[in-house]
Design a protein around this ligand. Structure first.
Ligand code: G3P
Ligand code: MG
Length: 244
């Protein structure tokens, strides 16, 4: 099996992360999947933004959770990246899924609830996935083990993954305990043993965030199930080279 290439926050090296230009670029270069981050507005609308706060990737300020969607929808989420993206809007989960349903891609929705444990984010996101009938193409992940567990209780139709950024001897038992079938691990945690242990326990292993060619190649060599990369086009190029 080839390592699947997920565009991390879209093709985020080339376009503002978690916006439509970054998602469209990911598709155009041939990524198999897109990873995106979800937070909730004050009126419980899921929006795609990595940080809990607005200032890094928009011209707004304060917390996402303290603004209604109406207040956020006029923000500029592109100028911070490059002037040509001025006027790019924040994307709601609904807008993203409306677009994604017509693309043949996998979708990794990361619930960003390790800092703010948004109430009911699991069921809110699940309702959208069901409404678009995208269960078979979505993977839900979170750094918050309780959230992964909660999502798994809603349905067994959707794959769940636990995100891990720190080394732990019990990593795989945590994954099992929360009922996930995949581990999404930081690159620094990648070892041959981790790959073998995941294989033995029938868990998928996907690695973030893999941008350097040497690291991309190592993931291919170790036969990781997936990588998250800001540069999907070069990951695809190296995959071609690796095959030959
Ligand atoms: O889902 C993989 C990766 O996105 C997790 O870290 O901080 O980039 O959302 P972060
Ligand atoms: Mg993420």
């Amino acid at each position: 099996m080839n390592t699947s290439i997920f565009a991390h926050r879209g093709a985020s090296h080339f376009a503002p992360e978690n916006t439509m230009p970054a998602f469209e670029l990911a598709i155009n270069v041939g990524a198999e999947g897109i990873e995106t981050d979800v937070q909730l507005t004050k009126d419980n609308i899921p929006v795609l933004i990595h940080d809990e706060t607005l200032h890094r990737t928009t011209n707004g300020s304060g917390y996402v959770k303290d603004h209604t969607y109406n207040e956020l929808k006029t923000l500029d989420a592109g100028s911070w990246f490059a002037p040509k993206y001025q006027g790019t809007s924040l994307v709601t989960l609904e807008e993203f899924l409306t677009w994604a349903q017509d693309q043949s891609i996998y979708i990794n929705i990361e619930l960003k609830n390790n800092i703010i444990d948004y109430s009911n984010i699991e069921s809110i996101v699940y309702e959208y996935i069901k409404a678009f009938n995208l269960q078979s193409r979505v993977i839900i992940s979170s750094f918050n083990p309780n959230s992964v567990k909660r999502f798994g209780k809603l349905t067994n139709e959707i794959e769940t993954a636990l995100l891990l950024s720190q080394r732990s001897r019990n990593a795989l038992s945590y994954v099992k305990q929360v009922g996930a079938s995949a581990l999404h691990a930081k690159y620094s945690l990648l070892t041959k043993k981790l790959v073998e242990d995941c294989q033995d326990q029938d868990l998928s292993l996907r690695i973030y965030t893999v941008n350097r060619p040497s690291r991309i190649m190592r993931c291919y060599k170790l036969k990781c199930d997936g990588i998250f990369t800001d540069v999907p086009h070069s990951a695809i190029e190296y995959q071609e080279l690796y095959r030959h």
